[in-house]
Design a protein around this ligand. Sequence first.
Ligand code: ZN
Length: 376
Amino acid sequence: MGCGNDKIKSFLTKPKARTRRRFEQLQEAEEQEQNQYNSKTRYRATILGLPRPIDAKGIQSTDNGEYIAYVRIRIEELDNGKPSPDTQSFDSKATLKSIASHRWALVPIEHNNLQLGEVYEVEFDTPAPIRQPYPPKIRSFVGTNTVFAENVRANIDSTTAAGRAFLGGGFSSLSSYANDHPPKERDYYLNGNQNNMITIKNGFYNTWPRDIRNYYDKTATANVGPNKTAQVISYESTVADGNFLIAHPQYNFASNLVQFATAYYKKWGHGLRIAGGGRSYDKQAELWAKFQREGYPIAAKPGKSNHGWGLAIDIHPMNKGSEYGTDETKWIIANIGKYGFDNVEGKNLSTPEPWHFTVKASLRNGILGPIRSGGQ
Ligand SMILES: [Zn+2]
């Protein structure tokens, strides 16, 4: 009886033990794989789309202007199993959404000419799959996957907004566009010191030292009366991608703007509507292309606008430039001078942009040297 029982016992437990052992082996293998995965910070990635200026996406450069753009990438190992962009159509928003699950990566200055289909090594700050608070960074060039690039282009409908957005806005690349429209360059005196001079390029503000940009608060609140705080700035812009003004030790234009907006609120009872501020080269190129195509809105050639130097803001009290001439706008023009801005460029009939205010020329010239290069 005992013998029979043992047999039954053995029959019942052995497969169990085997299954358990197999399970443990699998678990071990998985752990090993996971450990290997966890220790990795570098991956291979293929470039999807074209670089765009960092601040447009709200991604801040983590280092002092070292990263000038971000770009959509497809990381081979991490995205294993995800739909491949070269085997499906991109004409629907839904499909683009699945591609958006691919990562953004930061592009250092030396790779600002990277192209769709190129393969790079990318680096995370911490090993995957720990949740990554910062986008990975583009490191060394590995090679080009031409077939991949051709397939992506063939599958994306560039006539749709989603397709154009995917491909990076319609111009071939930041630097090839810059060949036709070289950005103007001016000297900036660091800390106002004439002996401490650097050269800055119009619109390439991500390459400027951080401390020469002042970001004004897009939803600034201030004291506007006894026991009363209010939002004095509302920022609504499709024509700017940076809420910055150039910084100078003697003139803090960002805080001046908030002070002006506070005075404006006290007078008119509502916040100041800012419709444009600092602008990247890339954004200016996009506006210039639109202006060429549609005649509106008026835009300077890329690399030339005072917006690209953080010297200009657009104020749209009614969100319509044509409504300038009202008491409110006359008040703006009469009072903004105390804060370091004027409407000289805006009043010039050859540039019919009444909403366009710049840092006063007298102050501008104390901050930036004459134009050095990058002519018409
Ligand atoms: Zn303007």
